[in-house]
Ligand binder design. Structure first.
Ligand code: PMP
Length: 443
């Protein structure tokens, strides 16, 4: 119990399931009510997203207009964009919201082919295949890429869609310590002798899976080191760029561009359209042979309805803006803005004494709460002051590493950021999460 939580007094209980031996977490208030069911702390219903970007109307007990510091709308394309939105509306009229068909049975429009070409060119690979959902891209592709007799070596903090895809593949899965190349190398050395050719070893195939920016950590992948190890041991690399594509790199081309990695060295590049491009869906980019193989074998391509045409058009248009092909320099401005906004917000939070994870330039900014019982207090108190933030805990993070995760957008104005900092500063004092001494304010 914590005195400064003003009556919340949340209690956190770890319960072990008798049969599965899994640990469950229950957070309850002092009256024994599970806090997850408290509608004012979680699962708020959004009434509308307003078109002055990134402000959200949320329904709590009453309607309130909130500054949104929790959405993945990194470049601000999700709210009515002067270039993308009219084009998405046109495609809605022309093709309807859904193709009502799979890609192979009439669900491939001109837009689908254009999107695949556009994505492949943008990420720097010969070909790409797109899917209607980012989550499915990982969970459905991995079982096609690898199976029994194969080995997946996965970063310990990879996203749940990767975890499920890896489990569903039937391959053996080993996990290396988060973003620790030396541990990856230890695991590989255990499995194969240095320098053996791809076929001469106990595994049919080995794939190493990492993320560009880790979604709960805001941390950049140590990609150059990891690629060097993968090349040394001649294993395949799979890079999930959900949070990095569009958001970082000089021209928005993600972690490879930022860290100077040649995309030819990454065998399978995965990403989603749900963040920087303000749309829906996901992609895999790779060699022509790989993509051709996936098109004929991946059940999620053969049996699922193709990505919605307006969603496809939104991505094509957003990429055009990023590349300046809309005839403006808005793309370059957005990229400069997200970097500036992210670095400003991160350093101000640190000056206030918060423990903030992640690297410079990353728009994902976890503020550590540690104690999961602090989550509802943090989120409610922010909402009371019209600030919408995302809080995350077990099982999305380890049990005692609960956090609030701020996502910064190019569409946040300086005033938005200053307001956000002010509210988080006050709530941080109330909840007791300023773990470092604050830097004295400059006069
Ligand atoms: N990969 C990563 C790293 C993610 O963080 C997410 C979701 N945020 C996904 C895949 C799934 O993407 P989507 O939400 O577009 O389905």
């Amino acid at each position: 119990r914590s005195n400064n939580l003003q009556g919340y007094a949340p209690i956190c209980l770890g319960l072990e399931d008798f049969y599965t031996r899994r640990l469950y977490l229950r957070i309850q208030d002092c009256f024994g009510r599970p806090i997850a069911s408290a509608p004012d702390a979680w699962f708020n219903v959004v009434e509308r997203y307003s078109n002055d970007n990134n402000k959200t109307l949320k329904r709590t007990s009453k309607l309130s207009r909130c500054l949104n510091l929790g959405s993945y709308n990194y470049l601000g394309f999700a709210a009515a964009d002067e270039y993308c939105t009219p084009r998405a509306i046109e495609s809605l009229k022309k093709y309807s919201p859904s193709t009502c068909s799979s890609r192979v049975d009439g669900g491939t429009t001109v837009l689908h082919n254009e999107l695949e070409k556009c994505v492949a060119d943008f990420v720097g690979k010969p070909a790409a295949i797109v899917f209607g959902m980012g989550y499915v891209t990982n969970s459905a592709i991995l079982p096609v890429l690898i199976g029994k007799g194969g080995l997946i070596i996965s970063d310990s903090l990879n996203h749940n869609s990767i975890v499920n895809g890896a489990r569903g593949s039937g391959a053996t899965v080993r996990v290396f310590q988060h973003n620790t190349p030396s541990h990856l190398e230890d695991l590989l050395r255990e499995q194969i002798a240095d320098g053996q050719p791809r076929t001469h070893r106990p595994w049919k195939k080995i794939i190493v899976i990492v993320e560009g920016i880790y979604s709960m950590e805001g941390e950049l992948c140590k990609l150059p080191e990891i690629i060097a190890i993968c090349k040394k041991y001649k294993v395949y690399t799979y890079l999930d760029e959900a949070h990095s594509i569009g958001a970082i790199g000089k021209t928005g081309r993600g972690v490879c561009e930022l860290l100077g990695v040649d995309t030819a060295d990454v065998d399978i590049m995965m990403g989603t359209f749900t963040k920087s491009f303000g749309s829906c869906g996901g992609y895999i980019a790779g060699s022509k042979e790989l993509i051709e193989y996936l098109k004929y074998t991946c059940p999620a391509h053969l049996y699922a309805t193709s990505i919605s045409p307006p969603a496809a058009e939104q991505v094509i248009s957003a990429i055009r803006v990023i590349l300046g092909e809309d005839g403006s320099n808005r793309g370059a401005q957005k990229l400069a803005r997200i970097r500036e906004n992210s670095n400003f917000f991160r350093s101000e939070l640190q000056k206030m004494g918060f423990e903030v994870l992640g690297d410079n330039d990353s728009p994902v900014m976890p503020i550590m709460l540690y104690n999961p019982a602090k989550i509802p207090a943090f989120s409610r108190e922010c909402l009371k002051q019209n600030l919408a933030v995302v809080t995350v805990a077990f099982p999305a993070t380890p049990l005692l590493l609960a956090r609030a995760r701020i996502c910064i957008s190019a569409s946040h104005t300086k005033e938005d950021l200053v307001k956000g900092l002010e509210v988080i500063g006050q709530v941080g004092d109330l909840v007791g999460i300023k773990y470092f001494p604050a830097e004295p304010k400059k006069q």
